[in-house]
Ligand binder design. Structure first.
Ligand code: SF4
Length: 701
């Protein structure tokens, strides 16, 4: 039988926040292949291996195909949807009636479309009466959100992908786009300006190897170095006085604060020379267009918010914002982390409104056509507080949607016991086999990317369209349909009567965004998103009236006007926080974690299902250790070693490599072991876990 496609269509990829366009080749309503789209504004006609393999993982044997309910023998057994939803409703309602509405919480994701996030947040909080719910975006983007909100007045990554190509000085802090965001990195390679590429990273990553300046700092010295760069910029008068006076507040405090952070004072303790700091500062200060980029090395840190803001400060005081090739730019991780920030009604009320504001609540209630009293008057707990709530018996029921905290949560040593301690755990996922699903009382089988519709927002604020090009296996349903069904079983279907399909919810999102920095009221439905290869926010009615089609590349703050009431950006500084668990005699090595490869994603829930992706990456967990450290403990490349922290011990293969410095080690986040070791601590402003610093001892196994 011929597999020749009858037609093709383009959809945004469902892994990372690059948001590449993938052309799906469809026959009999089913995608039979895909190729990267050559005419999509994001991806230069390319895709990384994960995108190429996006269809393969839909056919995995362990897809959740039917609802599963744990029976009296502890076995998950197939049930029909009626039994599943009746049980869901009865068990959660019983818990709420015994322990209060707030005793049931949800943990969601950055992996489902905006419309589904909006539905989940509204259903859980306004329909089911929950107060507490958070997303796994707390583990990746919360720091950037907090930093932008405080500095700019809104969670607003200012850049557009063209900035990678227009900059003549790019600074990457705690970021390895070469493997983490390879299509973005391709743009750096295509930059025609022979740019200076400055990398601050303790590891000699693939990106650091390509840098013109690699500041190979000791871990957790990034904030001090950024302050030293700021000090040298000020001392050398490489700053934009006019921009500072017109568009910022807090300059005097900033200058006074960083005065002591001279390169000579900071360099030796940070493990680099003062000259390296001065050279980096001068490259930034003398560039025509400097841009600063960060990812998880900054966000997943106990002082991440202030570190991100130190980068924002540098962009602001040098006038590197709002122009081509500039910006203080958080590179988002998940395909729809920004959708979660805007629409999930977790940290913000629907559309970045405030739960605490009566005016905001009324506006959202009017747009959604619900009673304003249904909207909580306070923001619910953050992820870590929900986990503590389980530990303290405050949370008795948990609904987990498209995330795998039993693998990914920091210091997850007792997390599985916590899941078992719950009175009722529901996991809604594409796969019934995740570490978290194994502890569920009820598994709801969900459709995945390619099996449903909606929108994702990528790193440059572009709404891209997700398409249904496959039928979900068995009785699996789109999360959207599951939420509709739950609304009916819960008895709140009237509240969601017009939430009939994703585009109907998109229209509500447009209404809620109107007049706000994230305004998308000018988008003419999914059809225009499809025609344009996605559209960046903001795109207001006024924008749409003034332009026939949205320009392909748009950045924020071109007029120097920020989102605080006085339109000025804030320059924010803070004291340096000591590392909570520095290496010592017993645990002499500092363990870092992070993305280890271009071919795997997060906890490998999906990517491990592809033979091709598995072949591109060692199946067994490994630890990178420095050759000198290895020889001191008599370990050779490929030997088994034990890695032990105060929380646990794991056994992994040694990868002896000078990519890490002496007394430092690295284990990729993709293996289900790393969080046996990590230390439970958080950025105090964003409540984001600090995954990348714990003391361990490594020995021959
Ligand atoms: Fe593009 Fe990211 Fe998808 Fe790879 S995973 S194809 S880089 S969107």
């Amino acid at each position: 039988e011929s597999l020749r496609a009858e037609t093709t269509t383009v959809a945004a990829c469902g892994y990372c926040a690059t948001g590449c366009g993938l052309r799906l080749h469809v026959r009999d309503g089913q995608a039979v292949g895909l190729t990267p789209e050559t005419d999509y504004p994001v991806n230069l006609g390319m895709a990384c291996p994960k995108g190429w393999e996006a269809l393969e993982v839909l056919d995995a044997d362990d897809r959740a195909t039917h609802p599963l309910l744990r029976d009296s023998h502890g076995e998950l057994k197939r049930v029909d949807w009626d039994t599943a939803l009746t049980t869901f409703t009865e068990r959660f309602k019983a818990i709420q009636s015994e322990h209060g509405n707030d005793s049931v919480a949800f943990l969601s994701t950055g992996q489902i479309p905006c419309e589904e996030m909006a539905f989940l947040g509204a259903l859980a909080k306004f329909g089911m009466g929950m107060l507490h719910g958070d997303g796994n975006t707390r583990q990746c983007m919360a720091t950037a959100v907090t930093a932008y909100k405080e500095s700019f007045g809104f969670d607003a990554p200012p850049y557009t992908y063209d900035d990678f190509q227009q900059s003549d000085c790019l600074v990457f802090v705690g970021a390895n786009p070469c493997i983490g965001h390879p299509i973005m990195w391709e743009r750096v390679l295509r930059n025609p300006n022979s740019p200076e590429i400055i990398v601050l990273d303790p590891r000699r990553t693939e990106t650091a190897m390509a840098a013109t300046q690699h500041l190979q700092l000791r871990p957790k010295n990034d904030l001090a170095i950024l302050y030293a760069i700021t000090q040298h910029l000020i001392a050398s008068d490489l700053i934009d006085h006019e921009f500072i006076a017109a568009h910022t507040t807090g300059y005097d405090d900033l200058a006074a604060h960083v005065a002591a952070f001279t390169p000579d004072a900071v360099g030796p303790a940070a493990g680099i020379s003062a000259d390296e700091i001065r050279r980096a500062a001068e490259s930034i200060g003398q560039a025509k267009a400097a841009s600063l980029w960060w990812t998880m090395g900054v966000n997943q840190s106990y002082e991440g918010t202030r570190t991100a803001q130190a980068m924002i400060n540098i962009a602001l005081i040098t006038g590197n914002i709002g122009r081509p090739g500039t910006g203080a730019n958080s590179i988002t991780g998940q395909c729809n982390a920004m959708g979660s920030r805007l629409w999930s009604s977790t940290t913000n009320l629907f559309g970045h409104h405030k739960f605490e504001s009566a005016e905001d609540r009324q506006r959202v209630a009017d747009i959604l056509g619900i009673d304003v009293d249904k909207i909580p008057t306070e923001t619910g707990w953050s992820y870590d507080r929900i986990v503590e709530g389980i530990r303290n018996d405050e949370i008795k029921g948990l609904w987990v949607i498209a995330t795998n905290p039993a693998h990914s949560w920091i210091d997850r040593g007792d997390f599985k016991e916590l899941l078992d301690k719950l009175d009722f755990l529901v996991v809604q996922d594409m796969y019934a086999s995740t570490a978290t699903a194994q502890h569920a009382d009820l598994v709801l089988p969900a459709a995945g990317w390619g099996e449903k519709e909606g929108t994702f927002i990528n790193s440059e604020r572009r709404y891209g369209l997700l398409k249904k090009v496959r039928k979900a296996p068995g009785e699996a349903l789109a999360d959207f349909q599951i939420f509709r069904a739950i609304a009916a079983y819960w008895g709140v279907e009237a509240m969601f009567a017009d939430w009939t399909h994703p585009e109907a919810v998109f229209e509500k999102m447009q209404a809620a965004s109107e007049g706000r920095p994230c305004d998308i009221s000018g988008i003419k439905g999914y059809r225009q998103l499809d025609q344009c290869g996605g559209i960046q926010w903001p795109w207001s009615r006024e924008d749409a009236a003034a332009h026939a089609t949205p320009p392909q590349e748009r950045r924020l703050f071109a007029d120097g006007s920020f989102c605080h009431p006085d339109a000025k950006a804030r320059l924010i500084v803070d004291n340096i926080t000591p590392m909570p668990e520095p290496p010592d005699q017993d645990y002499p090595t500092l363990l870092m974690s992070g993305r280890g490869t271009v071919s795997q994603w997060h906890t490998q829930t999906r990517t491990s299902k592809s033979k091709v992706l598995r072949k591109l990456y060692p199946e067994r967990p490994y630890v990178e250790i420095h050759p000198t450290d290895a020889s001191l403990i008599g370990v050779h490349n490929g030997d088994m070693v034990s890695v032990r922290s105060r929380r646990g011990e794991v056994f992994v293969t040694a990868m002896v490599t000078p990519t890490v410095q002496q007394n430092q080690a690295f284990i990729p986040m993709h293996y289900d072991i790393i969080n046996e070791l990590t230390l439970r601590h958080f950025d105090p402003h964003s409540r984001q876990p600090s995954f990348k610093d714990c003391a361990v001892a490594i020995g021959k196994a």
